[in-house]
Write a protein that binds this ligand. Sequence first.
Ligand code: ZN
Length: 287
Amino acid sequence: MPELPEVETVRRGLEPVMAGRTILKAENRRSDLRFPFPDHFAERLTGARIERLDRRAKYLLFRLCSGETLLAHLGMSGRFTIHLDQNTEKPGDFAHAPGTSEKHDHVVFEMEGGAHIIFNDPRRFGFMTLFQTGNEEAVPFLAGLGPEPNANDFNGPFLRDQVKGKKTPLKAALLDQRLVAGLGNIYVCEALYHARLSPRRLAGTLGPQRAERLAQAVRQVIAAAIEAGGSSLRDFASAEGELGYFQHSFQVYGREGEPCLAPDCTGTVQRILQSGRSTFFCPTCQR
Ligand code: ZN
């Protein structure tokens, strides 16, 4: 499932072929994904120029000259692919990444400049909607989101203030999108590992130093993953291909039973269930 760094990688991949360009033709091939498309979806996009591509948490925000914003969420399996005109045999003859099928191509944008942008989503947990730009607080997906991990206002004192008196485990606290926006299961595990804090520790027990350590770990883990995504983009060469899914090297996530990678630790990575989801951590060095 894509998390913030993957979505940011998608944004950076789409930007060169979409920002500043007009959508010559938009097409939704079914009436719904996770939610129904808004009324006249394709008509409202066709002919609109995309002024800017933003991201908030795990949402892509395409700012249109029409005064509307297209919000897109990748869900569990959604992916954007870019197909450049000169590389296709004939119009509509699109290459597909392994494991994806043309029948899951649900939305297609024909861009000024020749790129075709395809949204493919086999499980259809992704969605797209339109709202009036500037009206973010009225959009349920965006209202009440906490700061971005790399925002200046996400820091130790903020974190400590938000979790004061909380008896929820740190893992659950960091997954709460009101505390910090865009973190999911994978990067919460990684951040807690980098901060050497147990996912089971009660959030309210964070002192100033631990809170600062955790805020910095969150920023570092996210920044490193975005950097890794950027490298994967450069590998596309022609900026054509599937965006946002790249090879990661995780320190604890998915490494149950393997040795802890901290040089001063002889512990073993464990997996536990918290709120029904897997947590990976090293019980020896994460306290
Ligand atoms: Zn360890």
